[in-house]
Design a binder for this molecule. Structure first.
Ligand SMILES: [Zn+2]
Length: 474
């Protein structure tokens, strides 16, 4: 088969290689991404994961793939039960409150590529059916506090994370502790309920699902035993994703459960893992109090999705400057007037710039969604575009063409065009600015200067430009 140089390549955690992307059926892509456990507000780490998969999905759709993006929401879990106890409310209420807050954050960040959200508690019937089949095939066993998966029975256990079953015991991530377990790394499929805990009826008594089984129950219902892409943050590879493979491949006898495993890198804050105890825990809400949502998208997108991101003041201020550069360029394009006579001498100038940018963008994205290179293509366009504008070589028609290209790119990135919030400036400031504008027109410079000072006292700065004055927060 001919290998087209522009064929989409994706890095598959399973093979530790970049592979050509070929969905199981033509252009149909079934994608599942691990959603949040809804017991608190979502933080910047969540924002990263979900922006990454939002961009990947939107890119695939732009390339003509028919993507069904399924995401679970863990609305029953130890973390939820414990937090609900602390707050003295029911786990159900806590989970439904934070599910709502999560979806609000996603909407603010324009993360809207998900086709369906699946709440774990809506799939208890499917979960029970999976546990039953695992018991029947002797991959699972029952002890006092629940039903467990016997990892020694599944020979491929550890293949995704490159760990052996014996090493599995060093895991710290939500491995269930129980003395009677056959192997230390065995994980819980069904937990028998303690008094006052949420519970569902099952053939083995009342209880609730383990964490890993919810994903395979949800994906089996929607996609069947095999599908195209599973995404999630890197820290879920072990034991969570390993457990998913063990469950579903044991049940179906088919492999692989997932053709391409895509994992996004970590996000640290000022060099450290985010933790409430370290005082560097930043929720999406915290970020949005000070910054616009589009800035968070750019900040995430300008890093390759598999690389680590360290969130710090320097990164934030750099990103702000980059956003300003884009906004200034957009302003110039939107205000491009006149005939730009020189353009007539080289009519292909803009056409070439546009096709070069398109090529650079596509080449970057086809190479395992290399968004930093794709963002670099945008900034090359800004630099060259600014130069041509300064040379009076961009006609209004050309400006519209460039804007059209940026709009196309923004279908995937969603940080370039954003409705400016109207209530950005206090009424008092806007009133003073209006007064000042009148003074300027009448040539009353002294009064205009006084008004500028007054505006400054309120914490805002007026910048004069040909098209009129602009207000900026100091
Ligand atoms: Zn999951």
């Amino acid at each position: 088969m001919i290998q087209y140089p522009n064929m989409l390549k994706v890095y598959n955690t399973l093979s530790r290689k970049k592979e050509s992307f070929r969905p199981r059926k033509d252009k149909k892509v079934n994608l599942f991404v691990c959603g949040p456990t809804v017991y608190d507000f979502s933080h910047l780490g969540h924002a990263r994961t979900y922006v990454v998969f939002d961009v990947i999905t939107k890119y695939l759709r732009e390339k003509g793939y028919d993507v069904f993006y399924l995401q679970n929401i863990t609305d029953i879990d130890d973390k939820i039960i414990n937090r609900a106890k602390e707050k003295n409310i029911s786990p159900k209420k806590l989970a439904s409150d934070f599910k709502r807050e999560y979806l609000k954050d996603m909407k603010t960040l324009k993360i809207d590529a998900v086709s369906e959200y699946a709440r774990a508690t809506k799939y208890v019937k499917e979960i029970i059916s999976q546990v039953e089949r695992l018991l029947k095939k002797h991959y699972a066993y029952q002890i006092k506090d629940g039903i467990y998966y016997d990892i020694s029975k599944f020979k491929r256990y550890g293949r995704l994370s490159k760990r052996t079953a014996l090493q599995a015991e060093d895991a710290v991530s939500r491995i269930d502790e129980a003395k009677e377990k056959k192997n230390k790394g065995d994980f819980c499929l069904w937990k028998f309920s303690k008094p006052e805990e949420p519970k569902w009826k099952s053939p083995w008594g009342e209880g609730r699902p383990g964490w890993h089984i919810e994903d395979t129950a949800i994906t089996e219902k929607h996609f069947g035993p095999r599908y195209d892409i599973h995404g999630g943050a890197k820290d879920l590879i072990f034991p969570h994703h390993e457990a998913e493979i063990a469950q579903m491949e044991a049940i179906s006898g088919e492999k692989p459960l997932v053709k391409y495993w895509l994992h996004s890198g970590f996000l640290t804050v000022r060099g450290q893992k985010m933790a409430k105890s370290l005082g560097n825990f930043i929720t999406i809400r915290d970020f949005l109090k000070e910054n616009p949502a589009r800035l968070l998208r750019l900040l995430i997108i300008k890093t390759y999705y598999r690389s680590p991101v360290d969130y710090n003041e320097k990164l934030l201020s750099q990103t702000k400057k980059e956003m300003e550069r884009i906004d200034e360029f957009l302003d110039k394009l939107n205000n491009q007037k006149g005939t730009a006579l020189l353009a007539i001498r080289d009519p292909k100038l803009i056409k070439n710039l546009i096709s070069k940018t398109k090529k650079e963008f596509e080449k970057a994205m086809q190479d395992d969604f290399n968004t930093p290179q794709a963002v670099a293509a945008i900034f090359n366009l800004v630099t060259e575009g600014n130069y041509l504008i300064a040379q009076n070589k961009v006609r209004p028609k050309d400006a519209r063409r460039i804007l059209k290209l940026l709009k196309e790119i923004d279908k995937v990135f969603n940080f370039i065009f954003w409705k400016k919030p109207k209530e950005e400036f206090p009424k008092a400031v806007l009133g003073l600015a209006e007064q000042r504008e009148r003074c300027r027109k009448e040539g009353d410079w002294q009064k205009a200067d006084e008004l500028r000072k007054k505006i400054k006292e309120l914490g805002y700065w007026v910048q004069d430009a040909k098209e009129g004055s602009k207000i900026k927060k100091i």
